[in-house]
Design a protein around this ligand. Sequence first.
Ligand SMILES: *Cc1c(COP(=O)(O)O)cnc(C)c1O
Length: 228
Amino acid sequence: MATIANNLQLVRNRIQAACAQTGRPADSVTLLAVSKTFPAVTVRDAFHAGQRCFGENYVQEALDKIAELADLREQITWHLIGPLQSNKTRVVAEHFDWVQSVDRLKIAQRLSEQRPPHLPPLQVCIQVNTSGEDSKSGVTPGEALPLAQAVAALPRLQLRGVMALPAPSPDSVVQADALAQVRVVFEQLRAAGLPLNVLSMGMSADLEAAVAQGSTMVRVGTALFGQR
Ligand SMILES: *Cc1c(COP(=O)(O)O)cnc(C)c1O
């Protein structure tokens, strides 16, 4: 518990310093705590240390944690950041607040149809893959605008922005370039008139570089919870 509170403070300090470095307000970057593989009790500790937004990769694991933490449901915002298959869209539409990994219209359509009417619209991001063959998840930069426009038209979804996980590089110039490419896609969608305000990129190892490239949401696992 003490460790998680300490780690949270360290990560918040890193975000603050990165914002200061680039002249951005400290509150312009949201911290998403990535709790995949860690038990519900660890999420509860982070909650008691003040953290409210949590990201999960695996649907069933997340559903179990959401159920275990039902008493905190109103106060926690749950983000799905891992790949989503068609047969899991209903439970995701019913239990999550955000899905950042939308990369196919069919998945978005199902989420919209299956989002229960008593809940607010599901908040979504388009996942963009700027690094070519490195990962199968995410649309290419060229596919992002048509998908974003189609997703924005769905009634029960609210399109918020773009998510990416550029392949890490030991070369800081290569890394900055990969992050900048994501930002370009984000700016293109905004220039096309989509009212987006979330650029989700940056993890434990590269959050400073991501903030420098305009990230508004960093997704941090290891630096908060330890090695998986
Ligand atoms: C696991 C994961 C993270 C967190 O990565 P860390 O290096 O542990 O901070 C962020 N985003 C996605 C999509 C992930 O799968």
